[in-house]
Design a protein around this ligand. Structure first.
Ligand code: ADP
Ligand code: MG
Length: 695
């Protein structure tokens, strides 16, 4: 199946719109984030100007936008360029002066011919008792009145492009719209009094009242629902196809598990036991497992995953553990090593760094099955890596992978069970968009003996007190992370800031201060990390590269500089680096004032709670769905039309809808199914479409 013909005009380049040249198209593309007509249509107005008010001059109130018919009485050019060009106009009730700065005489004379009637529209202002209008927004002839006397949408803009240009392009784009077969359930549509999809778009782009700007207007609700339905349908399709590939039944209890459990220096918490129970149930059944293991940093997911891997190995299959970065992969390997050794399981670690002979040997071990457990980065799922018999793929995503990457991956791992670990406390609504109806196990309780982290907000002016305090703490054996912020535009600047802090701290603390940043080679990074973990460094200055999963239980102090620049979930992840041992931990959020309201609120949330879910919910409400999932970088799941802070209920409905659709018509062959295919194309849900093709 290929894209329905009806959609073609919407997928054309912006330059095909009348009046949009290559230059304007470039600015537009930057503004709307895409090169197509459709991308423009998704760019929704945030305000409007009502030009329908058309009083006589004497009735026009100060400060209001008015459209008036006036006669041009007199041109008053100014010899001095710095002074304005005035044009005096009138109607039967009074006079008004039009004011132009840096005006082109020819243009004004042409627009406002002497003694002619013209229509002007703009903001009326009174100056020394006289009505005037500076730079009318619109000027036209009496016959243009209807075109001027309208409601103009106001769009978000960027440099290089005017609202007028966006409106003009939008008008042309709206002309490309046509009715499409309805993909909504009729009853559902009726209940919400939702318009047809193209009528919804038209309405939203010509807002005649405040209500059309509201996300709860039926037209906006419909558009949000369309987008969410496309998302949920894709996930449902992927899952449906994944389910149809049969998994197999593994033996979940066995000597390997026994050996590891008895080697652990602790007992599993009941939350861990429960999660493992869920996984066991999935793995012992022939249906394929697709489960999400959710738990805050340090909640002990890795042990659970390790025990799950043993079920695969016990049954003669292989297990793989994939981490988002090299450091994390090695950390996992180090953590798992004593346990795997206790069980006598052969494991290898493979990352992108392994080349040539080493890599060949590893590939050979993976192919033969000699490597029972394979730990690594995405390198372990790349082309050329063939598992002898992969039973379980564990993906530690630490919110680094985009949704689509993961979907691609789970389809690559054929019939193996898949367990995704995430430390991102995802609010329920977001979990649905990213994971669809993936089964979820949650570890909501931390291992015993952890003390709360004492979090303090410290203005940068107090940095000397802080340094003095650190000196005392370090003397008693504390280890400190000092994080410098990411200045998005420039990695170089980040680095400069971190290096400067490093020099300052070195001057204060001497040689036992280290620096780690994203520009370092993996080997260099590892070396520094190792020194810090091994106690050869007291302070580790880092840009945000200190990986979310790195575990140094002895580190008890986290300093985050310019904390106001970080997102809440990022702060939470960073803070999770400390408080991992039994000693009391501290987190100092160093901020540079003055703080805005939101920044203040965010930092206070951090001070007041350690509960990742509370923080995530707060994050969502403070900034909309945003990039909590870290998907903004990968540009995949950010919604253009839906705002989950408002449309959370729609999401639940879309999910239920999608589930039902797939149950009844998994190939989307019914009339509604056909229409839904159009919807998938409309929202460029490539993954869903691909699954339909191959399914
Ligand atoms: P996560 O992967 O969820 O961030 P980890 O699995 O890395 O957490 O566990 C964090 C630390 O807690 C590790 O040092 C781990 O050995 C330890 N740990 C895990 N489970 C328990 C437990 N039940 N009791 C005590 N310590 C535990
Ligand atoms: Mg971990």
């Amino acid at each position: 199946m290929s894209r329905p013909f009806d959609l073609d005009p919407l997928f054309r380049a912006l330059t095909t719109l009348p009046g949009v040249g290559p230059k304007n198209a470039k600015y537009l593309e930057k503004l709307i984030g895409g090169p197509k007509v459709l991308d423009l249509l998704w760019h929704l107005p945030v305000d409007f100007i009502d030009r329908r008010f058309s009083p006589k001059i004497s009735e026009a109130p100060n400060g209001r936008i008015a459209t008036m018919e006036v006669t041009v009485d007199k041109h008053m050019p100014n010899a001095r360029k710095s002074l304005p060009y005035r044009v005096s106009c009138s109607d039967e009730t009074g006079a008004i002066t039009l004011v132009f700065f840096r005006a082109h005489k020819d243009w004004i004379e042409k627009q406002l011919p002497l003694h002619q009637k013209v229509i002007i529209s703009g903001k009326v202002e009174y100056y020394q008792g006289r009505a005037q209008m500076a730079h009318p927004d619109a000027i036209g002839l009496p016959q243009d009145r209807a075109a001027i006397e309208t409601v103009e949408p106001v769009y978000p803009l960027t440099q290089g492009i005017t609202n007028k240009a966006v409106r003009k392009a939008m008008q042309s784009a709206l002309g490309y719209l046509s009715a499409l077969p309805e993909w909504l359930d009729e009853a559902h549509k009726k209940r919400g009094q939702w318009p047809d999809w193209y009528k919804a778009l038209e309405a939203v782009h010509s807002p005649e009242s405040e209500s059309l700007l509201s996300p709860e207007h039926p037209a906006r609700m419909r558009m949000a629902y369309d987008e969410l339905l496309a998302n949920q349908l894709t996930l449902a399709l992927v899952r449906d196809r994944a389910r149809k590939i049969n998994g197999r039944a593994f033996q979940t209890e066995g000597v390997l598990r026994e050996k590891i459990l008895s080697a652990l220096p602790f007992d599993l918490t009941s939350a861990q036991k429960e999660a493992l129970g869920d996984i066991d149930k999935d793995m012992s059944q022939p249906a394929r497992m697709l489960r999400l293991l959710q738990g805050d940093v340090g909640s002990g997911k890795t042990v659970v995953a390790c025990l799950a891997m043993m079920s695969a190995v016990q049954s003669g299959a292989q297990a793989a553990l994939m981490a988002p970065t090299e450091i994390l992969a090695r950390q996992h390997a180090d953590n798992l090593k004593p346990w795997l050794e206790a069980a006598g399981v052969r494991a290898i670690v493979m990352t992108g760094r392994d080349k040539g002979k080493t890599r060949e040997t590893m590939l050979q071990q993976i192919r033969s099955g000699a490597a029972q457990v394979v730990i690594g980065t995405h390198a372990i799922f790349q082309e050329g890596v063939d598992f002898n018999d992969l039973g379980l793929a564990v993906i530690d995503e630490q919110h680094r992978f985009g949704v689509h990457q993961r979907l691609a991956l789970s389809s690559k791992s054929k019939g193996s069970d898949v367990l995704v670990m995430t430390a991102t406390p995802i609010p329920r609504t977001l979990a649905l968009t990213a994971y669809g109806d993936m089964e979820v196990s949650k570890i909501g309780e931390k291992p015993p003996g952890r003390q709360p982290i004492d979090t303090r907000l410290t203005p940068i002016e107090k940095i000397e007190d802080l340094v003095a305090g650190l000196k005392r703490q370090i003397q008693t054996g504390a280890r400190v992370y000092w994080v410098c912020p990411l200045v998005e535009e420039s990695e170089k600047l980040d680095l400069a800031a971190a290096e400067e802090r490093y020099d300052i701290l070195k001057a204060a603390f001497g040689e036992r201060v280290g620096l780690i940043h994203g520009r370092m080679k993996p080997l260099e990074k590892d070396a520094v990390m190792e020194k810090f973990a091994g106690g050869d460094l007291d302070i580790l200055v880092a840009t945000t590269v200190i990986e979310v999963g790195v575990d140094v239980p002895e580190a008890t102090i986290m300093v985050i500089e310019h904390a106001e620049r970080f997102g809440l979930s990022q702060l939470h992840q960073l803070r999770g680096r400390v408080g991992r041992g039994s000693d009391k931990s501290y987190c100092f959020l160093l901020y540079t004032g003055p703080l805005g309201e939101t920044a203040k609120e965010r930092l206070s949330v951090m001070r007041d709670t350690e509960d990742g879910f509370v923080i995530a919910e707060k994050d969502l409400s403070l900034r909309g769905s945003g990039d909590i999932l870290g998907v903004r970088q990968s540009g995949s799941a950010e919604f253009k039309l839906a705002n989950l802070a408002v449309h959370g209920d729609l999401l639940a409905a879309a999910r239920a809808d999608a589930k039902l659709i797939i149950e009844k018509d998994s190939e989307l062959e019914s009339p509604r199914g056909q229409a839904l295919k159009t919807l998938l194309y409309l929202f460029e849900q490539d993954q869903g479409i691909k699954n339909l093709r191959s399914g």
